[in-house]
Design a protein around this ligand. Sequence first.
Ligand code: XIL
Length: 351
Amino acid sequence: AAAEPTLRDVYEKDFLIGVALNTRMVNGQDARAADLAGKQFSCLTAENDMKWQLIHPGPDQFNFTTADAYFEFARKHKMEVIGHTLVWHSQVPGWVFQGEDGKPAIRDELLKRMKDHIHAVAGRYKGKVRGWDVVNEALSDGGPDILRDSPWRKIIGDDFLDHAFRFAKEADPKAELYYNDYSLENPRKRENCVKLVKGMLERKVPIDGIGTQSHFQLNGPPVEEIEKTIKEFAALGLKVMITELDVDVLPGRGPQGNADVNRREQGDSTTNPYTKGLPADMQEKLAKRYAEIFDVYLKHRKSISRVTFWGLGDGQTWLNGFPIRGRTNHPLLFDRELKPKPAFEALIKKG
Ligand code: XIL
């Protein structure tokens, strides 16, 4: 019998089709998931293992063994690797922001630490990654300032991004360098992102692309906003990447939220109707949502170089734990048994 079509084949001429993998998938503990990921996807991102906390937990302590396994996996399955992420306010150990004296670090101290980290990590994988998410989530979600008031900004100042990209360029001159963030389909945040990146381009900061994470919901953001974001970023002359795509099917996200989310209640509650699985009508809704999103991506395939899903199967998705722990969510293309869902079939059919 002819081999079943795969996502990586179906979208080969359009863009890379990527997936976030976890430790067990690349170190041999989850062979079924590894096999499926290698068959279906042309690109991988480590869901956690290249973040500062995991790859550089102590001042003189690096854990490259786990990160190396992703590169070995990619080589074996002929996949590209995206480095995620060099500078972020989350999943970074506390010592990074502390001075020798236990007081907060000062600007020069933190800049040196940033430089050493980027040189060590991006330097080790020089020539092996396709690109790095150099800075992740620097934009604020509201308020008077464009930038989030992270320790990076508080201690170094607004130019911390410029420095991060220049250090990354020194470490791996051929790697693509990306700015990555979420909610960039929100008109205000999108506008701020354009301002931020325009400034970097004017200052000749080496940036090659913008990643829009794309943690979406069933009902939002509207495809019109998804399209505007792609167009406006492409108009800057940069590559556009969809870096962390998933579609939350549970109630409680979006502008209003709901009581559970506001209380940060733990576990599935009466507001999760899908603890036993996603019924057929909802599977159809999810498939339609993915199809309408991919229609936009295909329309702009000349601008989009990659579409990456933030996980392989629903059993492992971070959305089982965010924004509430212990939920049963169903945001991906494969179910908890790693069986393809109607959403997968819709994308394989391609329109
Ligand atoms: C998430 C991972 O999926 C989780 O396993 C981890 O506990 C927290 O981080 N934006 C990002 C990703 O850039 O790195 C985050 O990944 C999800 C949000």
